[in-house]
Design a protein around this ligand. Structure first.
Ligand code: S3P
Length: 429
């Protein structure tokens, strides 16, 4: 297992940074292009392990996908040309692959099986399997078909009027994809706004999707057509550098060409509330996705209350927001974030344990965290729990620690940010 020891530093975060491509948009680009008819080119694709699982899933079904670093050329032959995979599909650690692909596999005409690593095998799949069964899907697996490995029987699906009970873009997207493959009309009504990349990107592939407030409607039996996608930088990856810069007075960082979709940019608002000197300027759109630069300077932070509708917007950023809160003046309360218990780890426990090991004062609640800001951490030895975002939080924690921070099993960071340590070293000046 790979360890890294990060020594305390007096350096600041200075300069310009281009973070890797957005993970959510990378997954969706591969899925839509692989189902499409024609050749699609995806650029600035995130070559992290999770997105490569989605690529492999379609290669297993006979789609020709060429990869040249962050450029993919996908030779789609349409939904009907997909072939039954002879091996079980390996979703690895990727929840997004597992949920979105469940929607696809449920609606294809052949039999497939799929499995994941130990962490993914503990994560709930009933949130997609149960509503998919209402459309006629035949899905079986461990725990009455609620845990991986899963088997998909390949049946024809009927449209359905879904009312979601979890705030999850993965569930919404799985049901929309199944709806695209089904007969008739499918609607998905959310209980709160979640990232909307599926609704924004599917029309680029010629698929009609209607959005009316929190209800999204898709007509079945639509065949996507090829489209080129340039993936914007991932705001969730940028968040680690945003907080790193905010925590070190004298820092001055610009993160270029990052996705600023308003279902994803809550980290900017959150850091502003904490008193950070941060600004995000949209300068272009890629397709319908707003893209821009984030400017951040180091300074002092104050504790805040974070909850309600903003939570799905910052759900992946909560570990790094919690670290920021350890350095803020006063207490930060994070609530309504029970979904964190179903991530790569139970992130409520993992964040609190990790930060407390490093000398912070963090309490857990059922649906969040209470963080008593107290300034510099002491440092120590932590484990990533195999969770990329816990590993990166630990690395940023080393910048505000008196002693070294050792991160055990740092390699999981490759899941979403393969060149994270290179970027951290380059930015420290
Ligand atoms: C994602 C949705 C979120 C997020 C995950 C990516 C997506 O998960 O945490 O990293 O691409 O749709 P949930 O939908 O489970 O909240």
């Amino acid at each position: 297992m790979s360890d890294i020891q990060l020594q305390p530093t007096d350096k600041k975060i200075i300069g310009e940074l281009n973070v890797p491509g957005d993970k959510s948009i990378s997954h969706r680009s591969v899925i839509f292009a692989s189902l499409a008819e024609g050749t699609s080119k995806i650029t600035n694709f995130l070559t992290g392990e999770d997105c490569l699982r989605t690529v492999q899933a379609f290669r297993d079904m006979g789609v020709e996908i060429e990869q040249d670093d962050g450029s993919l050329t996908i030779h789609g032959k349409g939904i009907a040309a997909l072939q039954e995979p002879v091996v079980p599909i390996n979703f690895g650690n990727s929840g997004t692959t597992a949920r979105l692909m469940s929607g696809v596999l449920a609606g294809l005409s052949f039999f497939t099986t799929a499995f994941g690593d130990e962490s993914l095998s503990k994560r709930p799949m009933d949130r997609v399997a149960v509503p998919l069964r209402k459309m006629g899907a035949r899905i079986s697996g461990r725990n009455k078909g609620g845990l991986l490995p899963l088997a998909f029987d390949g049946t024809s699906l009927q449209g359905y009027d879904h009312k979601l009970t979890v705030k999850s873009a993965q569930v919404k997207s799985a049901l929309l994809l199944a709806g695209m493959l089904a007969d008739g009309k499918t609607t998905v009504t959310e209980i709160g706004e979640t990232r909307n990349h599926t609704e924004m990107l599917l029309p680029e592939f010629g698929v009609d999707v209607e959005v009316d407030g929190r209800t999204i409607c898709i007509t079945g039996n639509q065949q996507p057509t090829a489209a080129d996608v340039k993936v914007p930088g991932d705001i969730s990856s940028a968040a680690f550098f945003i907080v790193a810069a905010a925590l070190l007075p004298g820092s001055d960082l610009v993160i270029k060409n990052v996705g600023l979709n308003n279902t994803r940019n809550g980290i900017v608002q959150t850091m502003q509330q904490m008193g950070a000197d941060i600004r995000a300027d949209v300068h272009t759109h890629i397709g319908k996705e707003p893209v821009g630069d984030v400017y951040i300077k180091g300074g002092s932070l104050k504790g805040i209350e974070l909850g309600g509708q903003l939570i799905p917007n910052v759900i992946d950023e909560i570990p790094i927001i919690a670290l920021a809160a350890t350095q803020a003046e006063g207490t930060t309360i994070i609530k309504d974030a029970e979904e964190l218990r179903f991530k790569e780890t139970d992130r409520i426990s993992a964040v609190a344990d990790t930060l407390n090991t490093l000398g912070a004062d963090v309490e857990t609640t059922e649906d969040g965290l209470i963080i008593h800001g107290k300034g510099k951490l002491s440092g120590g030895v932590i484990h990533s729990y195999g969770d990329h975002r816990i590993g990166m939080m630990g690395a940023v924690a080393s910048l505000v620690s008196e002693q070294a921070v050792t991160i055990q099993n740092k390699d999981c960071i490759n899941i979403s940010y393969p060149n994270f340590f290179e970027h951290l070293n380059q930015s420290l000046k």
